[in-house]
Design a protein around this ligand. Structure first.
Ligand SMILES: *Cc1c(COP(=O)(O)O)cnc(C)c1O
Length: 378
């Protein structure tokens, strides 16, 4: 398509033609037999993509923040202690949501671009009687990736719930919910899941559902209350229509197609492709002299890259890069907002997309007067 720009931000991303076609299908009733089948399949496939065969999936209209809200409001009762492993902007947000439902939140924070160590987290867990730990898998503001397997192991050791904001990770970054023993994983459809914005996805472990069922106080949100949604999800999975709030029919069709494409690729292959694309992109940024926000490579996410602008270049380069064909995102973390930019490379991203994006960045930086060795050697 002429004049088409690549949307290389950390969500929404580039979507496949099949997903976009599903968005344009005639809208049927949310209780029509073909939609019931589609919703049932989408729930089953969600479980597979989250690698959580024993979990309870929820698919509800809303953004990723709504999924965070749903996790918090159903699990937290006033006075519960929750530990937030804080790696940036979205960890702050999770803390605020948890507090809204009455949690007493303790943040363990690291320097920008770093992740608190498991030892630091364990030292904090020993200090108080925590109900749960919340962590952002990939913090979209810093591009750092937390060690979910290690953290979930600690949560099991201390018998507390683990809640993972996987909005920028699920279906891109390796995450094995059941094997690693994570109680709640949540995401939104516009990131590595590969569907236009509008759906919140969440998978809860049996322990999370049991915690919800044993609540002593009512859930503080009407829309997000699992008491309203659990029977609906169970019913659709049994291929029976049910109503609480109207499903986002076209988005669910698109989701079902995208989940099918994700599973056709296979989760292990998909994780490996994200690693490969990320390594290639990060190597190109290093080759033109850019440093990144994550303090070292093994703490960096595979779904996005957050490079610092080099000396003499600022955010005014982003429109030049856009003119050269790639739309990128500016900084998000307040402390360093003007100093860096963010590039999403998740979902259906291909080597051709990576090359085109690197080319657009080189072109924009050259126009901005930055001198560098071209990443691609001739
Ligand atoms: C994008 C994002 C969110 C928020 O999702 P919305 O759909 O914008 O509400 C939350 N957490 C992380 C890690 C994200 O990347």
């Amino acid at each position: 398509m002429k004049n088409r720009k690549l949307l290389m931000i950390p969500g929404p991303i580039e979507f496949t033609p099949e997903v976009m076609r599903a968005m344009g299908m005639p809208t049927t009733s949310h209780v029509a037999p073909d939609f019931v089948e589609c919703m049932g399949q989408a729930l089953e496939r969600t479980r597979e993509v989250f690698l959580c065969p024993g979990g309870q999936p929820f698919i509800v209209a809303g953004s990723g923040t709504m999924a965070m809200d749903m996790a918090a409001c159903n699990i937290i009762e006033p006075g519960d202690n929750v530990l937030v492993v804080n790696t940036g902007y979205f960890s702050d947000r999770f803390g605020a949501i948890l507090e809204r439902y009455g949690a007493r939140v303790t943040h363990v924070k690291s320097a920008i671009g770093d992740v608190p160590s498991l030892d630091e987290i364990e030292a904090e867990l020993r200090k108080a009687d925590y109900k749960g730990l919340a962590v952002t898998h990939v913090d979209t503001s810093t591009a750092v990736c937390a060690d979910i397997e290690g953290l979930a192991g600690l949560c099991r050791k201390y018998g507390i719930l683990s809640i993972v904001d996987g909005v920028c990770s699920v279906a891109g970054e390796e995450l094995r919910q059941e094997e690693w023993g994570v109680d709640i994983v949540l995401t939104a459809c516009q990131k590595a899941i590969g569907v236009p914005p509008g759906l919140a996805l969440l998978v809860a472990s049996p322990k999370a559902i049991e915690t919800f069922k044993n609540r002593r106080t009512p859930v503080g949100s009407y829309y997000s209350d699992w008491a309203n949604w659990l029977p609906i999800m169970e019913s659709y999975e049994d291929r029976k229509a049910a109503y609480f709030g109207t499903q986002a029919v076209n988005l669910v069709w698109a989701l079902n197609i995208s989940l099918e494409q994700i599973l056709a690729e296979g989760m292990d292959k998909r994780f490996a492709r994200h690693r490969l694309m990320s390594d290639a992109f990060k190597a190109a940024m290093t080759a033109i002299g850019l440093k990144q926000v994550p303090v070292n490579a093994d703490k960096a996410a595979n779904t996005l890259t957050a490079p610092y602008f080099p000396e003499g270049v600022n955010g005014s380069v982003l429109p030049l890069i856009k003119d050269a064909g790639a739309i990128l995102a500016g900084g998000l973390l307040a402390e360093i907002r003007e100093k860096y930019f963010r590039v999403g490379h998740m979902g259906a991203v291909s080597a051709a997309d990576i090359l085109a994006t690197v080319g657009a960045i080189e072109s924009g930086f050259a126009k901005a007067g930055y001198k560098f060795d071209h990443g691609v050697k001739h």
